[in-house]
Design a binder for this molecule. Structure first.
Ligand code: ZN
Length: 399
């Protein structure tokens, strides 16, 4: 069986942009390596998630890895939690949180508590709180973020958020989103927990210090993305492949861990435009000795597009291509290059346009496509496929 190196260039697909001669950043970029792989391999377009859904990176990745979203997707919260290295258990409910600033009427003054740099000394005071047999585990994440896990049984992820997502509005109460006793129970104990947390945060001496320094106090917890943790088969269980994940940003490490992949940390892999892409590809090449399936995530084309920076996105794509030189000697392994979604610079957000994909290994029967672009891949022999049809295709080729 051939091994697979699966490269996801986040948000690489785009639409024509006037400042780039009406080309997409991928068309405008010089990408000799990707073009060579497209030329010698096969190409196509992938409709990663259904057009009606917003193509969030997490659901898009799960779809590309062949997981049925209806059955296995359990929300953004759990992905964030495993992304910081916390273990989840089936039946947990996980949230992503911000520390925020509210006034005495619980009206939001700042959703990120003045972009506070760490939540550790605030949240550790109520980590482990127990309410009606449920434990509330809260851990710091990056900057003003934290993650919250409810553990204890009888819980539901069908609970609304308390974040009104706007300054000047009062925080919301948690509400059950269905009639089940689990949802009603979870909403009730979340409201109770939030009240306790607010009272503890208000009294934290660090907040008094912050106020004296003219900073905003971190006195409220906003919780979003509740997810009930389901049992998800690992890539090993699903495909019999030993899998690893090479990613800079937390969300993608979380996706990897949720699907049972080993995390390989690479020095210099930051998830930012200055990330060391070559180091990631070298680590991936090395990982092929030990693993059957190597997932490499490259983030920044997406973030640059969200800033509307078309030239920056094009330049970053050229850097990906240059770094790819270290993979060009691979012969037996299948190389896949695709994206989780498009991020058109003019929209500054994800779109559900299909993404280009290329598949190459030495000996594959090439199609007529010569370049790796959105337009060229439309004519590839793979055609237009759905996200969850890509893995079966690769497994067939791997045999
Ligand atoms: Zn993405």
């Amino acid at each position: 069986m051939r091994k697979i190196i699966f490269i996801i260039c986040d948000g690489i697909g785009d639409r024509p942009i006037s400042s780039l001669n009406n080309q997409t950043p991928l068309e405008n970029a010089k990408t000799p390596n990707m073009d060579e792989l497209a030329n010698k391999g096969i190409t196509g377009l992938v409709q990663v998630v259904d057009k009606e859904l917003y193509p969030g990176s997490d659901i898009a990745h799960m779809s590309l890895f062949g997981y049925d979203l209806e059955k296995y997707y359990c929300g953004r919260g759990p992905v964030e939690v495993v992304g910081i290295g916390m273990e989840l258990e089936k039946g947990d409910v996980a949230w992503r949180c911000n520390l925020a600033t509210v006034d005495s009427d619980l009206v939001i003054k700042d959703r990120r508590a003045g972009r506070i740099s760490s939540t550790k000394e605030f949240v550790e005071e109520f980590d482990g709180t127990e309410i009606e047999g449920v434990r509330f585990l809260i851990k710091p994440s990056t900057a003003y973020r934290a993650v919250l896990v409810l553990r204890g049984g009888g819980l539901s992820g069908r609970v609304s958020e308390n974040d009104p997502k706007a300054v000047g509005e009062k925080v919301l109460q948690f509400e059950p989103e269905d009639e089940s006793k689990e949802a009603i129970f979870t909403a009730r104990i979340m409201n109770e927990f939030l009240e306790r947390a607010h009272n503890i945060l208000k009294k934290n001496p660090l907040n008094e210090k912050r106020i004296n320094e003219g900073k905003l106090p971190a006195n409220y917890l906003l919780c979003r993305g509740a997810g009930y943790v389901k049992e998800i088969p690992s890539v090993m269980e699903k495909y019999g492949m030993k899998a690893c994940c090479i990613a800079g940003a937390g969300l993608y490490k979380g996706i990897g861990r949720l699907l049972g992949m080993d995390l390989i940390e690479v020095e210099g892999a930051s998830g930012l435009p200055d990330t060391d892409i070559k180091a990631k590809f070298l680590a991936a090449k090395e990982a092929l000795k030990k693993y059957d399936f190597v997932f490499v995530h490259v983030k920044a084309a997406d973030s640059l597009a969200e800033d509307g920076n078309a030239e920056g996105k094009r330049d970053f794509i050229e850097r990906i291509d240059e770094a790819m030189t270290v993979l060009m000697g691979l012969k037996k392994e299948i190389i896949v290059i695709t994206a989780d979604h498009c991020t058109p610079c003019e929209l500054k957000k994800h779109s559900s346009d299909p993404v280009p994909a290329l598949i190459y290994f030495n000996g594959i029967k090439a199609d007529s496509v010569k370049k790796f672009t959105e337009k060229d891949c439309r004519n590839g022999s793979v055609g237009l496929i759905k996200g969850n049809e890509l893995m079966p295709k690769l497994l067939e080729l791997a045999k």
